[in-house]
Ligand binder design. Structure first.
Ligand SMILES: *[C@@H]1O[C@H](CO)[C@@H](O)[C@H](O)[C@H]1NC(C)=O
Ligand SMILES: *[C@@H]1O[C@H](CO)[C@@H](O)[C@H](O)[C@H]1NC(C)=O
Ligand SMILES: *[C@@H]1O[C@H](CO)[C@@H](O)[C@H](O)[C@H]1NC(C)=O
Ligand SMILES: *[C@@H]1O[C@H](CO)[C@@H](O)[C@H](O)[C@H]1NC(C)=O
Ligand SMILES: *[C@@H]1O[C@H](CO)[C@@H](O)[C@H](O)[C@H]1NC(C)=O
Ligand SMILES: *[C@@H]1O[C@H](CO)[C@@H](O)[C@H](O)[C@H]1NC(C)=O
Ligand SMILES: *[C@@H]1O[C@H](CO)[C@@H](O)[C@H](O)[C@H]1NC(C)=O
Ligand SMILES: *[C@@H]1O[C@H](CO)[C@@H](O)[C@H](O)[C@H]1NC(C)=O
Ligand SMILES: *[C@@H]1O[C@H](CO)[C@@H](O)[C@H](O)[C@H]1NC(C)=O
Ligand SMILES: *[C@@H]1O[C@H](CO)[C@@H](O)[C@H](O)[C@H]1NC(C)=O
Ligand SMILES: *[C@@H]1O[C@H](CO)[C@@H](O)[C@H](O)[C@H]1NC(C)=O
Ligand SMILES: *[C@@H]1O[C@H](CO)[C@@H](O)[C@H](O)[C@H]1NC(C)=O
Length: 833
């Protein structure tokens, strides 16, 4: 007894505050058009653990196909087609997952057809409830469904109205992309077996989705607290469109044929599933546990039994909340009493939550090869998360992060290339460079070692840098591989740039390849010193696309398309446009707006002007090429002015009319570039204004796809008052949002960030005048101390404070101050070709 009490007390200390109560899991669930997910964060809503495999939530179908955006499964108004076990969070493009479902029904009589979700899908009544580890919705048929999740399993609790009670399990269910197209998901086949007591096992195989994935198989094991009175399998011909796999028969959906104990459908054969019915039971509540595995249904059963040991929904919810608090939220501590701005609390802890929904830790669940290394999936994508998301993992979650990197390297060892995107155990798609290189370098320069085999890590990076990946002839871009690696190496190595006539996305890939090679040079310093010079030189090759004489908007010097023969194509060239910003345009950003709005929210923007700022390793040369500090500053100022965008972003553009587009990852660091001019106050002003304008504790609370937490991580850095420079040990100093924040970093060190109103400033807020805090407008830095010593640079090094912890003390005020007199942040890749 005493023993138990002591244990409980220890837990209490570990997570004294239930920070999960501040999380709003619906931030990003809606876009600018009320009721639609379109243009919003595309987030997953439901039960999940940090980096968990199972993400249990609803799948929906939207009647307005033009606006349909089903990526996270959840939509505000869509009709529920199922409660399923696997989802992505924050992705754009074609939907992926939404598999291993259940659907509670109160009738299966005609017109219900078990093979046609349109005959049984359910509108929702009232508002959904979403908390960490818990989701509740009420269906039009009177069923209230509640759910929670463990690591590879979930629990569903259905409260039925009086009358019939059924649970449908359609193994052939997956999230569709409603307007069809090349990368729709497909159901490839499966199996289901029923026990007398209602336990069901089997697997489904699915392929496709945005990353053009090969088929993957998910095994399942489900059961019910009350054995069903009738359990029947069903099957029927698959008439779903299956791009590249199957005919499009245009046939009507057939009726399901009911069977007995088991059904099996080999590749490209029938759809199948099961129907469970309770006719005599006196209980109105049916509870079900489901486990999933990539290895076997036995493992799926074990996960279910061990991770969800009872049918007590609350127990699973409490376990999830405890894990989130201990593993994630308690690592960032701020005061939570009523004196603290509750909106900011919600933004902080919600952002931490979304940061941990992806990737998925599938250690022990790799069906493709045997290895002692950890296994991760749903890097979706590194293009999104290399900029400032992984650097948060580095300080907050070093154990998970080391494991992720080992997995990236293991993927190279067994599949030949590290991924840029990976989902469903399949590498794809590459939007720009091979950005695993940046991730590895960022970890390496900051000293992450542990069990990572860096010899192998560098070999994997070198593969990206030197070996042309084979062409998968993607419909998106058949010119070269978009599966993995760098598709345009055949230009990059001999020409020193990606050419506009032999390659696609020439400008954006040139800029990204340059950073990738800088990443190699940084790891080479430790692993292969003889390579440093080579990759350092290649990291400057972005300069080969710099057209010093192109003038646009009164600014001179831009990246411009160049042919393989060395001449530039400046005919009719406007750097403010990017010709669709698509896979086959001169610059990738996004995808065609216009005809099929629904798929994307990496909206076309002003990619060439934006990409002209994305050279984090050599700001010094960039500033020089743009005409020096004053001209650089004017150009930066310009892109923050409203109504400067020449590219119409439409409903998907979050109302953004500036060239600067904070919903677009390449722009993440741009607002902080004023630090390179020792005008930190402008970085603070611009970034704070973007945060206030586009990030809200509201369903439409992020400016576009959250991209696996990428947007959320930008906001976390903003709130900390810091911004990391990727592939370097440098953090730029911004302005923090909280008076006092303690963060557990590097395992068990503490970083404390405090902010107080400067003694010689008048506060803009009444509460600050009372002495307790600083006001909303008091965000200009007046002075900084690091570890007690006054600090005159607007940046610091990882070693200064991120290894052993320490303190950063800010004095803030309502007026800009020129407090920084030290060196500007370094340009470690400084080199003029
Ligand atoms: C779908 O939404 C679009 C954009 O709001 C609207 O123009 C169109 O009328 C809607 N279609 C239907 C069928 O409601
Ligand atoms: C539901 O039915 C629609 C229309 O037939 C189909 O496109 C979709 O793939 C089905 N499944 C889901 C989960 O929406
Ligand atoms: C649902 O939420 C909205 C917005 O918070 C609120 O206005 C509305 O009254 C709620 N509806 C119900 C049925 O609770
Ligand atoms: C149902 O039967 C299977 C097979 O006999 C058994 O493994 C399982 O534990 C049973 N489940 C329940 C909930 O009784
Ligand atoms: C589960 O938790 C909810 C909310 O805390 C509570 O209202 C409910 O009574 C609990 N149910 C059980 C069965 O403990
Ligand atoms: C941060 O840690 C310091 C030192 O332990 C403590 O005095 C302070 O109250 C903490 N602040 C918060 C917000 O937890
Ligand atoms: C809380 O902070 C938000 C910005 O995140 C701001 O809009 C709001 O006015 C603040 N609320 C109060 C009461 O200061
Ligand atoms: C590390 O990787 C290298 C290169 O693949 C390999 O030769 C070496 O055996 C690995 N070291 C260990 C300890 O596994
Ligand atoms: C502009 O610069 C490019 C590349 O340096 C050169 O090819 C072109 O001739 C120049 N055009 C003019 C009008 O000077
Ligand atoms: C460029 O400069 C001219 C002369 O100062 C001015 O009239 C014009 O408005 C400027 N154009 C832009 C796009 O700022
Ligand atoms: C040169 O660029 C223009 C657009 O700026 C484009 O229309 C044209 O096709 C390009 N020329 C060649 C030969 O690719
Ligand atoms: C805590 O820090 C000490 C000293 O750096 C280290 O030896 C220990 O392993 C760390 N513990 C954890 C749990 O990270």
């Amino acid at each position: 007894m005493l023993y138990i009490v002591i244990l409980a007390a220890a837990h209490y200390v570990a997570a004294q505050v239930d920070y999960s109560q501040f999380v709003n899991p619906l931030i990003g669930s809606e876009g600018p058009i009320p009721g639609y997910a379109f243009g919003g964060g595309d987030i997953f809503v439901g039960g999940a653990l940090p980096f968990g495999v199972a993400k249990v939530g609803i799948d929906t179908y939207e009647d307005n196909i033009t606006l349909s955006t089903l990526n996270g499964g959840y939509t505000p108004m869509g009709k529920v087609t199922a409660f399923s076990m696997m989802h992505e969070s924050g992705t754009g493009g074609y939907a992926k997952y939404g598999v291993i479902p259940q659907m509670p029904l109160t009738t299966v009589a005609s017109p219900v057809n078990l093979l046609d979700n349109q005959t049984y899908s359910q509108a929702r009544v009232g508002n959904d409830t979403a908390r960490v580890g818990y989701f509740k919705t009420q269906l039009e048929n009177g069923v209230t469904a509640e759910l929670s999740a463990a690591r590879h399993s979930g629990i569903m609790q259905y409260s039925f109205p009086p009358g019939e009670k059924h649970v449908l399990v359609d193994v052939s269910h997956y999230l569709p992309s409603q307007s069809g197209g090349y990368s729709v998901q497909v159901y490839v086949g499966g199996e289901i077996q029923l026990q007398e007591n209602g336990t069901y096992t089997g697997y489904g195989t699915y392929g496709g989705g945005w990353n053009e994935g090969a088929p993957f198989t998910v095994y399942f094991c489900g059961d019910f607290d009350t054995p069903p009175d009738t359990s029947q399998t069903f099957r029927g011909r698959n008439t779903d469109p299956m791009q590249r796999y199957h005919t499009f028969s245009d046939a009507a959906t057939p009726q399901a044929i009911l069977g007995n104990q088991s059904e099996y459908a080999g590749p490209l054969n029938d759809r199948l599933g099961a129907l469970f019915t309770w006719s005599n039971s006196s209980t109105s509540q049916i509870r079900s546990r489901v486990g999933i595995s990539f290895i076997s249904s036995d493992k799926a059963c074990n996960f279910k039994n061990i991770e969800v040991p009872s049918y007590d929904l609350n127990a699973t919810v409490s376990a999830a909340v405890q894990e989130w608090n201990e593993d994630v939220f308690s690592k960032v501590q701020v005061a939570t009493d009523s004196s603290v701005n509750q909106t900011n609390l919600a933004l902080l802890y919600s952002s931490l939550y979304f940061l941990h929904l992806m990737p998925s830790d599938r250690t022990g669940e790799n069906p493709l090869w045997e290895s002692d290394e950890p296994s991760w999936d749903d890097f979706y994508t590194l293009w999104d998360i290399f900029r400032c998301t992984v650097s948060l993992y580095h300080i907050l979650q070093p154990t998970y992060y080391e494991s992720m990197i080992r997995s990236l390297i293991d993927i190279w060892r067994y599949e030949g290339f590290m991924p840029d995107g990976r989902s469903g155990n399949y590498n794809g798609l590459v939007q720009g460079g091979s950005n695993a290189d940046n991730v590895l370098a960022d970890a390496y320069v900051k000293g992450l070692r542990g069990e990572i085999n860096w010899t192998a890590g560098y070999e994997a990076m070198k593969k990206d840098a030197e070996v042309q990946p084979y062409n998968t002839f993607s419909h998106d871009d058949p010119t070269a591989s978009v599966k993995e690696g760098r598709g345009a190496l055949y230009d990059w190595i001999p020409l020193g740039y990606v050419s506009a006539d032999r390659s696609t996305r020439a400008v954006s890939r040139t800029v990204e390849y340059a950073l990738n090679d800088f990443a190699l040079s940084q790891v080479a310093r430790g692993e292969a010193p003889e390579d440093v010079e080579k990759y350092m030189n290649r990291s400057a090759q972005w300069q080969n696309l710099w057209a010093h004489n192109v003038t646009s908007l009164n600014f001179t010097g831009f990246l411009a398309p160049r042919f393989a023969d060395g001449t530039f194509n400046l005919t009719g060239y406007n750097p403010a446009l990017c010709g669709g910003c698509e896979w086959q345009a001169i610059s990738y950003e996004a995808t065609p707006f216009g005809t099929s709005l629904q798929h994307f929210s990496r909206f076309p923007a002003n990619a060439l002007i934006e990409y002209s700022f994305v050279v984090p390793h050599d700001a010094e040369t960039l500033i020089q090429f743009m005409g020096g500090s004053t001209a650089f500053e004017s150009r930066l100022d310009y892109i923050f002015q409203p109504n400067t965008s020449q590219q119409n972003l439409g409903a998907n553009g979050a109302g953004i009319t500036t060239i600067m587009n904070i919903g677009n990852e390449p722009d993440f660091a741009t607002p902080y570039l004023y630090n390179y001019l020792n005008k930190q106050w402008k970085s603070v002003q611009q970034s704070r204004s973007l945060a206030n304008q586009y990030f809200h504790d509201a369903n439409y609370g992020v400016p576009g796809n959250s991209d696996a937490g990428a947007l959320n991580s930008w906001l976390i850095w903003q709130m900390l008052g810091l911004y990391p420079v990727v592939t370097q040990t440098v953090y730029l100093i911004g302005s923090p949002w909280f008076d006092d924040l303690n963060m557990t970093i590097n395992g068990n060190a503490t970083l404390r960030i405090t902010a107080a109103l400067s003694a010689d400033q008048n506060s803009t807020s009444a509460s600050a005048a009372g002495g307790s805090s600083f006001g909303q407008e008091d965000y200009y830095v007046q002075s900084v101390k690091i570890n007690g010593a006054s600090w005159t640079k607007n940046w610091f090094d990882h070693e200064d404070i991120m290894v052993n912890g320490g303190t950063i003390e800010f004095e803030l005020g309502s007026e800009p101050a020129m407090w920084e007199t030290g060196d500007v942040p370094p340009s470690p890749g400084h080199l003029i070709l």
